[in-house]
Design a protein around this ligand. Sequence first.
Ligand code: FAD
Ligand code: UDP
Length: 400
Amino acid sequence: MTRPDLRPAAPTHGSAAGFDYLVVGAGFAGSVLAERLASVLGQRVLLVDKRPHIGGNAYDRHDDAGLLVHPYGPHIFHTNSEDIFQYLSQFTRWRPYQHRVLASVDGQLLPMPINLDTINRLYGLNLSSFEVEGFLASLAEKKDEIRTSEDVVVGKIGRELYNKFFRGYTRKQWGLDPSELDASVTSRVPTRTNRDDRYFADHFQAMPLHGYTRMFERMLAHPNIKVMLNTDYRDIVGLLPWKHMIYTGPIDDFFDCRFGKLPYRSLQFEHVNLPQEQFQPVGTVNYPNDYGYTRISEFKHITGQRHPTTSVVYEYPCAEGDPYYPVPRPENAQLYKRYEAEAEKLPNVTFVGRLATYRYYNMDQVVGQALAAFRKLQAAHSAAERSIQVARQRAQSAEA
Ligand code: FAD
Ligand code: UDP
């Protein structure tokens, strides 16, 4: 397919049918920008998504049994940013929720991230916090440089724990050995010497009370926002007038992969409803060493819903399919830079979000990135308005 012509189809000034902004993608990145541009700047926004729903990968819905599920895998909201939490709180109330994860290792279900209890139960010990610190230090391999995802873990807790908890999971999840991935990937999971068994340590941890989709509906319920679903932007980009595009899809796709495909890791989700009240003791159980799936998540833990049956999702990583994860490694960062340089040449397109900026971002980070992009656009609007005013004043004084 050839590149769409990014010029608007017709001049928009004074056109009632025209849009100021064409926003591509109704996930967090696109929806936050649509909301800000419409509510704060009074801009007319057309938001398109090729999927049949809003919310991007955070979309949730009720399954046939009536359980609220996340079709694209479990999404747990957590952030340290009060600003981001307050911003989203305009559109939802929250249900406090602290996610807990167990890893199936050596026939036991053990707390993940690795903590004091993980070590004591794995090795049949009774160490204190202080002692476990020394224990892990004795296992750690000395590393001069922490470059890869293997270095991070082996340098902190040694090869045996790395092999039990990280190596297999990472190879399954990414189709790569941890030694081939940036340190940032396994650095997402800390090691603790206390008994804290929460997956995240952020200050704010909560789920939207009525789900993500309801929250997105409220964000987008503005008379200046028109939402078009089941629409690839390429099919309409030259047909409707717009002045500026916000693009949140994969960046390589935008440029027709002219420098080659940027790898994005995909997943296949297997959703199952079971005729029992509970399937597993916590929200997620990780399987680092067995099976084709990486983890099973049970939604009732996450949503707090009560129901006589339960719904779970299995995640099977794969290379082909919808793009879900950028793959953090040096050669991909280099390729991304080439696309980023092309993106910078387009003053009327802003690239935002996990796929468009090729960053392994959580939801809150995408919201933060979108709010920052909005502030830039807002500053540009104010500057444009000021120069129009100055020009008007000059014209008036010339007339006088
Ligand atoms: P997306 O949600 O991917 O939205 C991009 C949208 O653009 C999509 O809806 C897509 O259909 C649309 N699009 C693409 N191309 C086109 C086109 N040509 N035309 C029209 N539309 C197009 N984050 C957390 O904070 N906590 C979690 O627990 C968590 N769990 C996750 C679990 C999984 C399995 C995955 C994959 C991600 C998880 N995340 C989690 C990350 C979270 O999903 C992302 O940070 C966030 O959803 C990214 O939002 P986005 O708007 O950048 O992208
Ligand atoms: N990871 C692992 N074992 C685990 C959990 C995580 O090896 O039990 C590694 C794996 O490489 C994974 C990364 O740490 O991709 C980040 O984990 P996280 O749970 O943050 O992944 P996400 O929820 O984004 O899929």
